[in-house]
Design a protein around this ligand. Structure first.
Ligand code: NAD
Length: 491
């Protein structure tokens, strides 16, 4: 049985589930370990079938009243939810730097403000979903976005707070109730989110949290036939299993998966700007789905580009994510570190050349040095598979056609970056098969814009109206213009 609260660097957080508006402990627990120094942070409740049943039951019972509130009625609850997150900004930063190794500075300046927006912005945006009409000579179609029901949200460890709120915000704003399954390698900020929901006065059952392993708690959750939607972010392998399981009950899934995005540097690019942005791909120790990890650089400018990037990378501060000056933190788990190392060792054995890095970083046991590999072939494993670590590959090209083929030459299609003269970069961007691509920039994310991948990078789009299309049942209420006369010959 887990303790009632655990203390992580002065922040009190519950290790338990949050079901029907109260904390529920499990007999079984799993260890939460910090990637910074492998320190044991606490024992976390592990959700069994009974906890999943209770959470989905509570969410089902809470659904009618929450849905009936309408977007306006839900707005004050969700504003309070966002404010409660803001009040705990420091605590969120402490917890996620400890359990996921995310930079404290990034939490404070990027993630927490964004998490607040994820809740508040969608709550406001939901107001615009009401009363769309389509007028034809025959009828007025009153097109409604009705809440769908109970939504299961399943998130990965690399940015737990950001990714959870990105789904919970629109799901709740649309009038659904939520069961969140937190990532077992980084469970703490999801738990603090439950404190925020409680403080905001969300009615019991509107937001529920389950802790536990994917194969146990997650699998039980997605198998529940009472779900109306499953919103998943994670790996391709898990997504395939979830999609098959959801198909048994015909539950619609949104799947945000991995990436192997191209970072294209054309011959007419601003090389200083391109190199500065390319160095950002080492952010979060490369554990970022949308990172442009495949550098595709025009052969004529490749030596100059590599030199500029080398100078930036040499100055990157690898270290403790709690320090304000740190730029690259640890790898989440020893298993992930070994996975990253395995990718690099196999690439080198296959003929790849290490331009820098290529091994663990001396800062600590769970750190990997920012790495660049070259002398690669398109079909090499390291070019084709997502590494999810601070490892970039570099290939050169000689023509636009060649770089487009290289960019499109993997099974993934999440993001992309293209540096070059703007019209040239735009022409290339149109030919790259991907969910989104940044021109002479990286990471600009507006909540109103669509986000998601193609091919093995996922199914569906999130953001703005796209989130609501997924989280709502669209209903057409048809009112005829003339009195309707029933007739078998009526067409
Ligand atoms: P993962 O698939 O192993 O786990 C993700 C979540 O799914 C975890 O909460 C896990 O417990 C749960 N899970 C695992 N097996 C399950 C099952 N059988 N049923 C239900 N739930 C199950 O992924 P990960 O290693 O935690 O995350 C890394 C992956 O996430 C990378 O591939 C990365 O690219 C991807 N990712 C994608 C995006 C995006 O928006 N496209 C964002 C971040 C991360």
């Amino acid at each position: 049985m887990s303790a009632s609260r655990i203390d992580v660097a002065g922040v009190s957080v519950s290790p338990d589930h949050y079901i029907d508006g109260r904390r529920v402990a499990s007999d079984d627990t799993f260890a939460c370990v910090s990637p910074i120094d492998q320190r044991h942070l606490g024992d976390i409740s592990s959700g069994a079938q009974a906890h999943v049943d209770a959470a989905v039951t509570s969410a089902s019972l809470a659904f009618p009243a929450w849905a009936a509130l309408g977007a306006e009625g839900r707005l004050p609850f969700l504003r309070r939810f966002a404010e409660a997150i803001g009040r705990r900004a420091d605590a969120f930063a402490t917890l996620e730097s400890h359990d996921a190794g995310v930079l404290r500075s990034r939490m404070a300046h990027g993630v927490v403000p964004r998490a607040m927006q994820n809740i508040a912005w969608f709550a406001e945006h939901a107001l615009s979903l009401q009363d769309r009409t389509i007028d034809t000579p025959q009828a007025r179609h009153w097109v409604r976005h009705d809440p769908a029901g109970v939504v299961a949200v399943i998130t990965p460890w690399n940015s737990p707070l950001l990714l959870a709120t990105w789904k919970i915000g629109p799901a709740l704003a649309a009038g659904n109730t939520v069961v969140l399954k937190a990532p077992e390698w980084a469970p703490l900020t999801s738990s603090l989110l439950a404190d925020c929901a409680q403080e905001a006065g969300l009615p019991p059952g509107v937001f529920n949290l389950l802790q536990g392993a994917g194969a146990l708690t997650g699998a039980a959750l997605v198998s529940d036939a009472r779900l109306a939607r499953i919103s998943f972010t994670g790996s391709v392998a898990t997504a395939k299993w979830i999609a098959k399981t959801a198909a048994e009950n015909l539950v619609p899934c949104s799947l945000e998966l991995g990436g192997k995005s191209a970072f294209i540097v054309l011959a007419d690019a601003d090389l200083d700007a391109a190199a500065a942005t390319a160095a950002l791909m080492y952010r979060n120790a490369g554990q970022v789905c949308l990172a442009g990890t495949r550098l595709l650089v025009h052969a004529d400018i490749a030596p100059a580009f590599i030199e500029k990037l080398r100078q930036i990378v040499e100055r990157l501060v690898v270290g403790d994510p709690r320090d304000a000056t740190t730029e690259v933190g640890p790898i989440i788990h020893m298993r992930q570190l070994e996975r990253v190392q395995g990718f690099v060792e196999r690439a080198v054995a296959g003929g790849a050349r290490v331009l820098w890095g290529g091994a663990r970083h001396p800062y600590g046991e769970q750190y990997f040095a920012p790495t660049l590999l070259t002398d690669l072939h398109q079909q090499d494993e390291i070019v084709q598979q997502e590494v999810f670590g601070p490892v970039l590959t570099l290939q050169t090209f000689a023509s636009d056609d060649e770089v487009v083929d290289m960019a499109n030459g993997t099974d993934y299609g999440l993001g992309g970056v293209c540096y070059g003269e703007e019209a040239h970069a735009m022409a290339i961007a149109q030919r790259v098969r991907t969910g989104f691509i940044w021109i002479n920039s990286f990471g600009i994310r507006d909540l109103a814009a669509p986000f998601g991948g193609i091919k093995r990078s996922g199914i569906g789009r999130e953001g703005g109206d796209w989130s609501f299309e997924f989280f709502c049942d669209v209903k057409d209420v048809v009112v005829p213009r003339q009195p309707f006369k029933a007739s078998f010959s009526h067409r």
